[in-house]
Design a protein around this ligand. Sequence first.
Ligand code: ZN
Length: 279
Amino acid sequence: MVSDETPIHVKNLYEARSISEFKEDLDFLLENYKPISLLQLIEITQNRTKLSENYFHLTFDDGLKELATIVAPILKEKNIPATFFINTDFLDNKALFYRFKESVLVEKYEAKGLLDFDSEKENEIDELAVLLGEDFDEFLKQEQPYLNSEDVIELIKQGFTIGGHSKNHPRYENISLDEQIAQTIESVELLVEKFNLNYKVFAFPFTDDGVGREFFNKIAGKLDLTFGTAGLKKDVVKNNLQRIPMEENKKGIEIIKSQYLYYFFKMFVGKNTIRRNDK
Ligand SMILES: [Zn+2]
């Protein structure tokens, strides 16, 4: 989320990066790394190309409208490619992510304890909303927090790439293997068909923690790349790339420096590769 004013559906979860902070982060990245497109990243990963330079590829999760109104124009100006990962149930403002519902309720009713809710409690959030008289359909209509299909078409026209982020953003370690696969493949396929994409990529909602080898075996060959959020790390699954999360309330340069420090420190104890259980 990049905005000078954090909207209420995000405000109680994490703080948005201001526009000037975002631009500063981009300048730091451009000074030290070369931006590459998703298609270049897919090619480099699949061919195991030896890299002669330091590259970066930017990605943004959750498909919020600020991607079209704030982020994309800045990236265009600086000529930086990026990929946007979309939850297909939320595209076109059809539904609201349960964490965003929590943030809205906390903001409007000062119900701080709510943030302890987890994914299995989604029904309880909806019940509470009814009790409080909060109408999320109305909220979606009024605020239009997500991108709509026309926005996505426009972003693709501008050269940006898109991928699946599951249907409704569940925590994968809490759902069955069949449900993990359905959430993954169906969200990607829907986008590929709707927007005529010639690549298939997916970013795990929340984290890929607890996602076992069996999942990756079952989806093998169906997607070009998948993305986790474990930071600067390798993964035993070669086309599952880990990303550095930038939601922390620190400058980009500080986040990236501490990721390197942590990486070099763990190099000595051999803990830089994510291993996965069979199931
Ligand atoms: Zn997400």
